[in-house]
Design a protein around this ligand. Structure first.
Ligand code: GDP
Length: 444
């Protein structure tokens, strides 16, 4: 997800990054690239236009912040606008509501049933909720069976729906049953069709009216791109959705749905599905996704995932170092070694700033595991002093020694240093650029 967008934006930014001045001409050129990159990622054309206009206005109008080069300033603007595009501030579910009623809606096959199970598990684990699952799709017996199976796996009670029942009655009665069982989270898994269907919409509207769910979550398959956005719009018109669950983000969707849905429907993505397993659900954080898209990695999600390996103090120190652009090769190495214990290398690697680019430059044949070993070998061949002061690596004989020591070509060492340097610059502009103080980067 987002790979090609990341690649194109990365190329644009490295061209602009070094510029000492930004004028209307090179801003225009940069914006043209951003526009093409977004269109190629299947972002809705109206959304793209609005986005580009917004960035342009700010790039020409805003004063460049002290301590930032104009190129970095441009990246900062794009980052902020991307966060806005992805939904701005994350809006939480109303967890105090008792019971919290979530109505899952969407087309057939979008991942409603799976997501119902995932959200039940997530909210039980994270917030101690007691879920109750309600199969309200009586048209496909398999749908009832599927939710029953998930309920058994999760050891969660489920309403005994049968195909001869009326979905509205099911949902109403489920409210009573949930209360009897002491459940405080009710998930209505409603019916879907292959296309929008008036009769179904009426039924959903009736369920809404009778059960008053706090949240109507539209479940969309990210792989369907702009179609998902169009369908979201109709569901929103008919039902008034409160948020979106974007599934199959683990596939090779280009990202257009994630980037367009907020602007088109006014509703944000709240959860993303990242696999078929019930545990494969994440909260959607616009700021983190924006940094992933801009090739800065997603250190926050990574840090959370690594919490079992890294203690809190260490994680905090790491975040501080990043903000001050003091993150050096020694930190990088230490972090990488811990990650090895966490499995699923490719996904994790992409969250490390700059690593996406490193992987790309090494080509498709390079397996993440191999790449990790190679990167580790290169950094291990540096002296501690070199790791702490990467500027020493400007010296050719040092690089030669490191290449020989780690059994790679000098070009590989150069590539690693170059990417690290670029990452350091971008990180500085995004995390530490706003306070007016000129910060000295790792490379002087
Ligand atoms: P529903 O018809 O909307 O209830 O959709 P289902 O929950 O039955 O999901 C349809 C298919 O998509 C199933 O094979 C799921 O395993 C799969 N699926 C759902 N969410 C995800 C996801 O986040 N990633 C992947 N890879 N598959 C998913």
């Amino acid at each position: 997800m987002f790979e090609s967008l990341q690649e194109r934006l990365g190329a644009t930014f490295s061209r602009l990054g070094g510029k000492k001045t930004l004028d209307e001409n090179n801003i225009k050129e940069g914006l043209r690239e951003v526009r093409l990159a977004l269109l190629e990622a299947d972002v809705n054309f109206k959304v793209v236009k609005r986005f580009v206009d917004q960035v342009k206005e700010r790039a020409l109008g805003d004063e460049v912040l002290k301590g930032l080069e104009p190129g970095q300033h441009f990246i900062k603007i794009v980052n902020e606008e991307l966060i806005e595009l992805l939904g701005g501030e994350q809006q939480d579910l109303d967890l105090k509501a008792r019971p919290l009623k979530l109505m899952m809606v969407g087309l057939q096959g979008s991942g409603k049933t799976t997501s119902s199970g995932k959200i039940a598990l997530f909210l039980r684990k994270q917030h101690g909720k007691k879920p109750y699952l309600v199969p309200a799709d009586v048209y496909r017996p398999a749908a009832i069976d599927q939710l029953n199976t998930l309920a058994r796996q999760l050891d969660v009670p489920v309403y005994p729906s049968t195909t001869d029942m009326n979905p509205v009655d099911i949902c109403k009665d489920a409210l009573v049953k949930a209360e009897e069982l002491g459940c405080d989270l009710i998930l209505f898994d409603t019916a879907g069709r292959l296309h929008i269907d008036e009769k179904l919409m009426d039924e959903l509207a009736n369920i809404k009216r009778e059960c008053q769910p706090q949240e109507i979550l539209f479940v969309a398959d990210a792989m369907t791109g702009q179609d998902a956005v169009t369908v979201a719009e109709s569901f929103n018109d008919k039902l008034g959705i409160t948020g979106v669950v974007l599934t199959k983000m683990d596939g090779d969707a280009r990202g257009g749905a994630a980037l367009s849905i907020k602007t088109v429907t006014g509703r944000s993505v709240k959860f993303v599905g990242v696999g078929e397993k019930l545990s494969e659900l994440e909260l959607f954080h616009p700021d983190r996704i924006a940094s992933r898209i801009l090739g800065m990695g997603d250190m926050m999600t990574l840090i959370e995932k690594a919490q079992s390996e890294i203690d809190e103090e260490e994680a905090k120190a790491l975040a501080e170092k990043m903000a001050k652009a003091e993150f050096d090769f020694e930190d990088f190495l230490g972090h990488m070694r811990k990650l090895k214990k966490l499995g699923s290398m490719e996904g994790l690697l992409k969250m490390i700033p700059g690593m996406g680019n490193i992987m790309k430059q090494l080509g498709d044949n390079a397996l993440p595991e191999d790449e990790m070993k190679r990167t580790e070998a290169i950094i291990s061949s540096m002296t501690l002093k070199e790791r702490r002061q990467p500027e020493l690596l400007k010296n050719a004989s040092r690089k030669d020694r490191i290449a020989r020591g780690s059994g790679v070509k000098i070009a590989d060492v150069n590539a690693l240093i170059k990417n690290f340097k670029q990452m350091s610059k971008v990180m500085q502009s995004m995390m530490g650029g706003g306070d007016g103080k000129k910060k000295k980067g790792l490379f002087g």
